[in-house]
Write a protein that binds this ligand. Structure first.
Ligand SMILES: Nc1nc2c(ncn2[C@@H]2O[C@H](COP(=O)(O)OP(=O)(O)O)[C@@H](O)[C@H]2O)c(=O)[nH]1
Ligand SMILES: [Mg+2]
Length: 336
């Protein structure tokens, strides 16, 4: 074996040909937001679209990991190959919950047709959501037929990462409070399937009824053929009702495929393009700042002869300076 490490292009070709080690390497590159991320992902993107990406979100402790583990089991019973992306805003080494998840997932870790990867925060704002989406797409292009994305909470990052999921499952439990909380967290907007887990606890049936009432109010404002969001009861720790969750996700996928790309998806893609620009601009500015034509402006700000606002305007409004600063010196083979 050659000692030379493979280039991102070589890794991408190998991954698309089924090389699992290349897949793992690419995930690491993307997780570190390597300068090659955009060109890798652009190549990968055209190979995406065959995996069913299922997002699982909801408050901590609702049973998302337990449900994810059950879904993996059902998908494997059906001989699907599965990728799992766990979005963890904390370090993978700090939280006890992650250890619990590992124990729960243990049997799946040994299965060569299941690839579990947890991604955690690195650096910039929005980075985690971007990274989560990219990993889902890498799994898709690699040939996974299903990708399950589990998020840890219900913040903006979690809502953002859910844009990549074709089907979003929102998991609630009787103790997650009243349904007003659900509306406030924006969960009603993103749920394609609601699950009320811990059906063994008091209040589960009442919560299901309340959700159904809320959904019927929403449905009254929608087109007649709009997707009807089901509310399912599960007791995930016993594996009860989880097969039905997978079936509901599949019905939702059939629905989206027969109804075409919706407004929400088009909007999300537009927004995503701007986010990629934002990330790429900041990366290039930071990389080039020291060496480039930005340096004299930054020096003046540093020595106090120019204020930072004026400095920023000077950088942005001098188009020659800006285009030098945004150049792509470390793009490997100038394919763009
Ligand atoms: N009573 C009860 N406990 C459950 C059920 N499903 C999961 N749990 C437990 O709830 C806790 C949190 O589950 P977990 O899947 O880690 O939740 P997550 O934080 O949403 O991923 C664990 O101790 C599970 O064993 C259920 O249906 N009933
Ligand atoms: Mg969990």
């Amino acid at each position: 074996m050659s000692k030379r490490s493979r280039t991102p292009e070589e890794l991408t070709s190998a991954m698309l040909g089924g090389d699992r080690i290349a897949l793992a390497r690419l995930i690491t590159l993307v997780e570190n937001r390597s300068s090659d991320t955009a060109s890798i992902m652009s190549r990968v993107y055209s190979e995406c679209g065959s995996a069913h990406a299922i997002g699982i979100t909801g408050p901590p402790g609702a049973g998302k990991s337990t449900i994810t583990s059950c879904l993996i089991g059902h998908l494997r019973e059906d001989e699907a190959s599965v990728g799992v992306v766990a979005i963890d805003p904390s370090s993978p080494f700090s939280g006890g919950s992650v250890l619990g998840d590992r124990i729960r997932m243990q049997k799946h870790f040994l299965d060569p047709d299941v690839f579990i990867r947890s991604v955690s925060t690195r650096g910039s704002h929005g980075g985690l959501a971007r990274c989560g989406r990219d990993v889902v797409r890498l799994f898709d292009a690699y040939g996974k037929s299903a990708v399950v994305i589990e998020t840890v909470g219900v913040g903006q990052t979690e809502l953002d990462v859910m844009e990549v999921a074709e089907t979003v499952v929102v998991v609630l439990v009787p103790e997650s409070g009243d349904t007003v909380q659900v509306m406030k967290a924006g969960l009603l907007e993103i749920a394609d399937v609601f699950v009320v887990n811990k059906a063994d606890r008091d209040g589960a049936v009442r919560m299901k009824t309340e959700l159904e009432m809320m959904l019927s109010l929403k449905a009254a404002e929608q087109a007649k053929d709009a997707w009807k969001v089901p509310v399912l009861l599960t007791q995930a720790s016993q594996g009860e009702g989880t097969r039905e969750v997978l079936e509901a996700c599949r019905r939702h996928r059939d629905y989206t495929q027969s109804h075409g790309r919706d407004q929400r998806q088009a909007q999300a893609l537009r927004a995503e393009t701007l986010e990629i620009c934002e990330e790429e601009i900041m990366r290039r500015l930071r990389t080039n700042a020291e060496a480039s034509s930005l340096n004299d402006v930054l020096d003046s700000v540093g020595s106090g002869t120019l204020d930072p606002y004026q400095g920023a305007l000077e950088i942005l409004e001098d188009s020659e300076r800006l285009s030098t600063a945004l150049g792509a010196p470390n793009r490997r083979n100038g394919n763009g």
